[in-house]
Design a protein around this ligand. Structure first.
Ligand code: THU
Length: 157
């Protein structure tokens, strides 16, 4: 028997000013995407922006529906659009911004499990690490790879 430990590494920034320009630009795109959120039921508005290896940025926001399971998170809206617009192009990073009533929570907005699983698959087919940036009013967290937000990734392909 072995007692094992798992360590997760991430970088915390106090504000956008501390980030490198490429990451800051991606977070700013996620902020703009948040404005397009359609969330009349939860009033929780989320924006996401995906940076592609070719430099393109694809954004998405959460889109809700009266038949609630028909809605979709911002992250998957952005990643599915990116996959559809740029098939075969790896995703380098995704930035997430979220909060109630188009605002932002103090602690960073963290993606749901289903979105993490979708990130994991795009990272795998992209054959390179995909960074995950979670934005809050009081801190911004950057994880260098999806493995750091979804340990023991399910992998059947
Ligand atoms: N939501 C996202 O867009 N991303 C997440 O990672 C978590 C939750 C959305 C789904 C729903 O429209 C609203 O936030 C409240 O759960």
């Amino acid at each position: 028997m072995k007692d094992r430990k798992l360590e997760i590494h991430y970088t915390e920034y106090a504000s956008l000013d501390e980030m490198d320009p490429q990451d800051r630009n991606l977070v700013e795109a996620a902020f703009r995407a948040q404005r397009t959120s359609y969330a009349p039921y939860s009033h929780f508005n989320v924006g996401a922006a995906v940076l592609m290896e070719n430099g393109a940025i694809v954004t998405g926001s959460n889109q809700e529906n009266a038949a609630s399971p028909s809605g979709l998170c911002a992250e998957r809206t952005a990643m599915f659009a990116a996959g559809a617009q740029y098939p075969g192009i790896p995703m380098v990073a995704i930035a997430i911004v979220g909060g109630p009533d188009f605002g932002i929570c103090d602690s960073p907005a963290t993606p749901c499990g289903a979105c993490r699983q979708v990130m994991a698959e795009y990272q795998k087919i992209g054959k390179r690490p995909m960074a995950v940036i979670m934005t809050g009013g009081g801190a911004i967290w950057k994880f260098d790879r999806v493995d750091d937000v979804l340990p023991f990734i399910f992998d059947s392909i």
